[in-house]
Design a protein around this ligand. Structure first.
Ligand code: AMP
Length: 357
């Protein structure tokens, strides 16, 4: 267990690390950010920093010596980096969470093996196995690289007319999976935390709308049948427990209609704080960032109670230029990430509206 005054190390210097460091400060905890050179907005708000590549063992050893626990803001932490640090200092979430979630095939196999619903899927290693997978799952289907995909990158939809050789080129001829296309009604996510003692606290189910594969708005609570809502929360808790997870995780799900009833299928697990949980900063009693810090510190988890109906809107690219208008709107909470440069598709900030229920 950590004590106030101790330091948590965070791998990654983006907005998620920034919001974690901002949440750690009122608890009397310091954050030390480890990130490669580049635009690292988390540096602005943290007590210490290391600028080095994730493979730099000398820098990693010094970082491990300077902190009491390590966490991360992204799931693609190299396995060797996590293992190197874990020999020196507790790393949370642990290596199993990273190993399972870094690869879509391993992730979906894990979900299926613990008995939860996921879109039907096949491993694809070459054009011949892609042809076989399409023959088995039918069209439409979605081809995704096993690793390093996010916000729809490294994906190709296989439609009736799609040429498979071309689709295979689109994903860079990398190890991939083919998923059955899910005609979903809505997309939802569950953000939940698991403490070091195994206690789980989930936030209400979030409903997510995307634009060009990037999260655009999150509305809480989601519009979901009672039974499906209950199942979504159970599934997230089950996943956290099966992974022996410590910290906040997000489980993205598709809502489908099955025999006249709503059902959820698991699409993806993010072993970290998540964009669909940003609403909790202003809209819940404990933010997902504070909750993550509490879990990593070995402290009691906080209340996940909502303060009302909440809508979070991402500010992508030049949408953040409207900051003055948002400031003038009563009840709007503006969050800007302090990024040096705005680019199309880049998450620059978000706004949250909490509406009395
Ligand atoms: P992902 O990177 O897996 O989160 O996918 C990005 C987005 O693509 C999702 O949020 C969905 O809108 C869409 N998508 C992904 N997989 C499927 C699928 N199997 N069926 C239908 N739509 C999908």
């Amino acid at each position: 267990m950590l004590h106030p005054g101790q330091t948590i190390g965070i791998l990654g210097g983006g907005q998620l690390a920034r919001m974690m460091a901002l949440a750690a400060a009122p608890l009397g905890l310091r954050c030390h950010i480890f990130a490669p050179p580049g635009d690292n907005p988390a540096f602005d708000v943290s007590a210490a920093r290391t600028v080095a590549d994730y493979e730099n063992q000398e820098a990693l050893a010094a970082f491990a010596a300077a902190v009491s626990a390590v966490t991360y803001e992204f799931e693609n932490v190299p396995a060797a980096t996590a293992a190197f640090l874990a020999e020196r200092v507790p790393v949370m979430p642990g290596p199993r969470a990273l190993a399972v979630t870094q690869d879509r095939f391993t992730e979906k196999s894990f979900v299926r093996d613990i008995g939860l619903g996921t879109p039907d899927f096949r491993a694809v290693d070459d054009l011949a196995s892609l042809e076989a997978a399409v023959a088995s799952l039918g069209r439409p289907a979605v081809l995704k690289t096993r690793r390093f995909g996010y916000d729809g990158k490294g994906q190709a939809v296989i439609r009736p007319e799609t040429d498979l050789a071309q689709a295979w080129d689109t994903v860079g001829r990398q190890p991939s999976i083919l998923e059955a296309f899910v005609p979903f009604l809505r997309e939802v996510s569950v953000v939940a935390a698991r403490g070091r003692a195994g206690d789980v606290a989930a936030y209400d189910v979030c409903e997510n709308a995307h634009r060009q594969h990037i999260l655009s708005t999150t509305t809480v609570p989601a519009d979901l049948d009672g039974a499906a809502m209950h199942a979504a929360l159970e599934h997230a808790a089950r996943i956290a427990t099966e992974l022996d997870y410590v910290g906040v995780l997000a489980v993205e799900m598709f809502v489908i209609e099955d025999d006249g009833r709503e059902r959820v299928l698991i699409n993806e697990i993010a072993p970290r704080v998540h964009n669909s949980g940003h609403w909790t900063i202003d809209g819940a009693e404990t933010s997902q960032f504070e909750q993550h810090i509490r879990a990593v510190a070995g402290w009691p988890l906080g209340s996940t109670r909502r303060r009302g109906r909440v809508v979070m809107e991402n500010l992508i690219g030049d949408e953040a230029d409207r900051w003055r208008a948002y400031l003038a709107e009563p009840g709007v909470h503006l969050h800007l990430y302090g990024k040096a440069e705005s680019r199309p598709g880049r998450k620059m900030g978000h706004v949250t509206r909490v509406i009395a229920e």
